[in-house]
Design a binder for this molecule. Structure first.
Ligand code: FAD
Length: 483
């Protein structure tokens, strides 16, 4: 295959956006391509592996598409295109972005959102029992940077009864499910949740989980499917509620809202009724246990956290908040007079405000633009700090638009960016010579290495009827690659 001169594309990050960009290019490009995905971890798939909830295995089906694609295009029999996965290499560290830009015909940034949005209130840093959703989710999904983090392993889970979650997107709902149902084997036993995390979370006698949002019910961020899943935990004695100040069916004139929202109103008003009073057959499903309800979750609205309060040992004791008001023009006002200040006791607080996009260290030197939480770009073509097109640099997925959107919309986005790359590569004149980047002195993993890790994890899991049992540290991952 060496006689084919291919154009080279380097993709930074092996999450859904990186892989769907590669997939689209390899399936659709009329000109021969040599596509490399660079991933900082020795294993692929980003948030499909380390974000998506363990009890939603069907969401991870995209990994099968990526695997089929990688296998097909890694084969030497595939003469036109070439694909490689390079794991364990952080772009900006072991290999510079500058090197990729100098030596490749196109570079795609799809490294996701690697930081946390913050509340920026006193006590957020350094208080025991306060975690961001990214930290907490990475922990229970067995991410090697978090799986054995002492902030989790040293925390006294045995005293966690009241939980606060700031935010009410699907991630907040995932976290609520984990915390409130961890003791139910039927849900977690056959999943790939980190056994270290599950063992600790199960010790927590969680009674109340409160999901706190700045705005009102109309502005809730979760989807109906995830919300219904929470309501349906009822059969395990887990009961949801929404204060009548924030939700009554009559508050929402159906002619003013879309179908999905009207269905949400219908769903909540049915589930809020006692089981026997529900009218619709599909809202009856399975009755609560005869012992009644033992655990509760609540959607709470129109409040802003002001301060996290600690006990003598430096652990969270309570959260101070104020009431908010929404005006006609949709602006939010914080009411800070004493009658609007509240204190919620809590033993654990998770801030679920979204993942934050972080610029790579070289961005400022290279004059690559960054808008608040994503790479500055026009339809996926990256812009300089002056707003000009940065030659042959692209962005896709969460780092292109900020941390929003599910895998399906991320795929759509990646396909569109893939189309732009193909357009540009087709008109960009004579082929440069196909260069490869020297990896001889850099520890890295290949697609075959991942396939071996994958086999081992699946085999370990099978004994326990789980889809897999993940290796939880970088040492374990590397030693299983190098043995
Ligand atoms: P990511 O998936 O974050 O991938 C980025 C990759 O880049 C990572 O592998 C990272 O290690 C790597 N990387 C970072 N920096 C570098 C660097 N410098 N060099 C090399 N590599 C680097 N969507 C659904 O459809 N259904 C769900 O149920 C669902 N649940 C979710 C639950 C959670 C908790 C979260 C956070 C998201 C969920 N999503 C879900 C959304 C979905 O995960 C995202 O839409 C998708 O993963 C975004 O893909 P991405 O490739 O842009 O980013």
């Amino acid at each position: 295959s060496s006689q084919i001169n291919r154009k080279t594309v380097s993709i930074v990050g092996s999450g859904p956006s990186g892989f769907y960009t590669a997939y689209h290019l390899l399936k659709k490009s009329p000109i021969p391509l040599n596509v490399t995905i660079w991933e900082k971890l020795p294993i692929p798939f980003g948030l499909s592996r380390y974000g998506v909830a363990p009890d939603h295995p069907e969401v991870k089906n995209c990994e099968e598409t990526f695997t089929t694609c990688a296998e097909e295009f890694s084969l030497p029999t595939n003469k036109k295109h070439k694909f490689s996965f390079v794991g364990g290499v952080t772009i900006g560290k072991e290999i510079l972005l500058k090197t990729l830009l100098d030596e490749q015909d196109a570079v795609v940034l799809s490294y996701g959102c690697t930081g946390d949005r913050k509340l920026n209130i006193p006590g957020e840093q350094g208080t025991k029992g306060v975690f961001s959703s990214r930290e907490f989710v990475n922990w229970y999904n067995g991410h090697p940077d978090f799986a054995q983090d002492e902030r989790f392993t040293d925390f006294n889970w045995g005293k966690v009864s009241k939980v606060g979650i700031i935010g009410n997107g699907n991630v907040a709902l995932d976290i609520t499910r984990v915390l409130i149902s961890s003791q139910i084997d039927e849900i977690w036993k056959a999943t790939d949740i980190s056994p270290l995390a599950l063992k600790l979370v199960r010790k927590a006698p969680v009674k109340d989980v409160r999901l706190i949002a700045r705005r009102d019910f109309v502005h809730s961020k979760f989807t109906n499917k995830e919300l219904r899943e929470l309501w349906e935990l009822e059969k395990f004695g887990i009961r949801g509620s929404i204060g009548s100040k924030f939700f009554q069916k009559e508050m929402f004139d159906p002619s003013k809202y879309d179908r999905a929202f009207n269905r949400r109103v219908e769903m909540c008003s049915e589930y809020l009724k006692p089981f026997d009073e529900r009218s619709k057959k599909n809202y009856k499903k399975t009755p609560p246990p005869s012992t009644g309800y033992e655990k509760f979750w609540e959607l709470d609205y129109l409040k802003t956290p002001l301060e996290i309060n600690r006990d003598g040992a430096g652990a969270i004791k309570s959260l101070t908040l104020c009431n908010n008001q929404i005006h006609e023009d949709n602006s939010l006002q914080l009411l800070k007079n004493s009658s609007n200040i509240l204190i919620y006791d809590m033993d654990l607080l998770i801030t679920s405000l979204g993942y934050a996009g972080i610029p790579l260290p070289e961005f400022s030197n290279l004059s690559i633009g960054f808008d608040r939480d994503h790479v500055a770009n026009k339809q996926g073509r990256v812009l300089t700090t002056d707003g000009e097109i940065f030659p042959h640099l692209y962005a896709s997925g969460w780092i292109r638009k900020g941390s929003q959107g599910v895998i399906a919309s991320t795929m759509q986005d990646a396909f569109e960016v893939g189309d732009r790359i193909m357009q540009d590569l087709t008109v960009s004149g004579a082929l440069s010579s196909e260069k490869s980047i020297d990896l001889s002195n850099i520890r890295h993993s290949t697609w075959e290495d991942w396939e071996r890790i994958n086999k081992k994890e699946v085999l370990r899991g099978r004994k326990e009827h789980k889809p897999r049992s993940k290796f939880l540290t970088l040492e374990e991952l590397w030693s299983n690659i190098e043995d």
